[in-house]
Design a protein. Structure first.
Length: 286
């Protein structure tokens, strides 16, 4: 725990100096470590080198600045310590796949995956409680029938789904999923969530239920251990850290979380909970 607090202190130092000259040695000194030990520890706990984290955070905050205010691309580049707009544009395109002026013209982030500030809660989740390891799998096409909600913890909707689709001799619990659409925010899981069950044929369902088809596709499978409310931290690690390093591209703007049992569909089992997380992939470079 001590090392987490020291890395958090370094992260706080970095965040305070995103607009100022900053060296890795400065961050190491803030944590109280030698440069060599700091780099090893930081990378091991966050999944990023200190330099990579600083660059991703500066570029992510720069993207917000391009959308939220009227400063020029050059002004934003210099504000975040890039020595020229050309250097800024190259780094920006490498991370986001579009040039800064395109973001500015669009005036929205359009599903761009920004690197969020790493918090102590995030460090505890991905660095201590559960190492997140990907397994590449291929799934055939399937269809989910369920309920679209803004709150997957709403018991009344979950119980309705349970009674309609997961009654005795209906469906296996491993065929139950929550589909989170555009889950790119580390602080919370917003947007629509489809709670549903795999159906191989049409079944009689209440009018409020919907069906969504998913194509045959490659997925990266992870195991999330812990309560459902921490899924956003797992999603953040997958999209912001694992995906950029994997050589793969996000295949569609959603993530599926599979329930381990009927009980987990209806109740949050706290730290004892377990979910299968499936991330659709478009292409991977070995």
């Amino acid at each position: 725990m001590k090392s987490l607090l020291e890395i958090e202190r370094a992260i706080n130092f970095i965040e305070l100096h995103l607009h100022e000259p900053l060296t890795i040695r400065d961050a190491a000194a803030a944590a109280g470590y030698s440069l060599y030990h700091f780099c090893r520890l930081f990378n091991g706990l966050t999944g990023h080198s200190p330099y990579d984290y600083i660059m991703r955070r500066r570029l992510s905050e720069a993207a917000k600045a391009l959308v939220e205010n009227r400063r020029t691309v050059t002004e934003v580049a210099l504000d975040f310590q890039f020595n020229s707009p050309e250097t800024f544009s190259r780094a920006y395109f490498k991370l986001f796949g579009q040039l800064p002026h395109v973001t500015k013209q669009n005036r929205h982030l359009g599903g761009m995956i920004l690197k969020a500030r790493i918090t102590l809660e995030y460090l505890e989740h991905i660095g201590v409680r559960q190492p997140l390891v990907a397994e590449m799998i291929q799934l055939p096409a399937f269809c989910l029938t369920g309920i679209v909600t803004r709150d997957p913890a709403t018991c009344s909707e979950q119980r309705l789904l349970h009674n309609a689709l997961l009654g005795k001799n209906r469906q296996n619990p491993e065929d139950c999923y929550a589909v989170y659409f555009e889950p790119v925010d580390q602080d919370s899981i917003g947007g629509a969530v489809l709670i549903g069950s795999v159906t191989k044929r049409r079944v009689a369902t209440p009018d409020i239920m919907v069906e969504k088809a998913f194509p045959a596709q490659a997925y990266a499978r992870f195991i999330h251990k812990g309560c459902r409310t921490k899924l956003n931290l797992t999603f953040a690690f997958i999209l912001q850290t694992w995906l950029p390093k994997s050589g793969c591209r996000w295949g569609a703007p959603y993530i599926l979380a599979g329930y381990a049992s009927r009980e987990s569909l209806l109740e949050d089992n706290g730290d004892a909970g377990e979910f299968t997380v499936l991330v659709p992939l478009k292409a991977c470079v070995n």
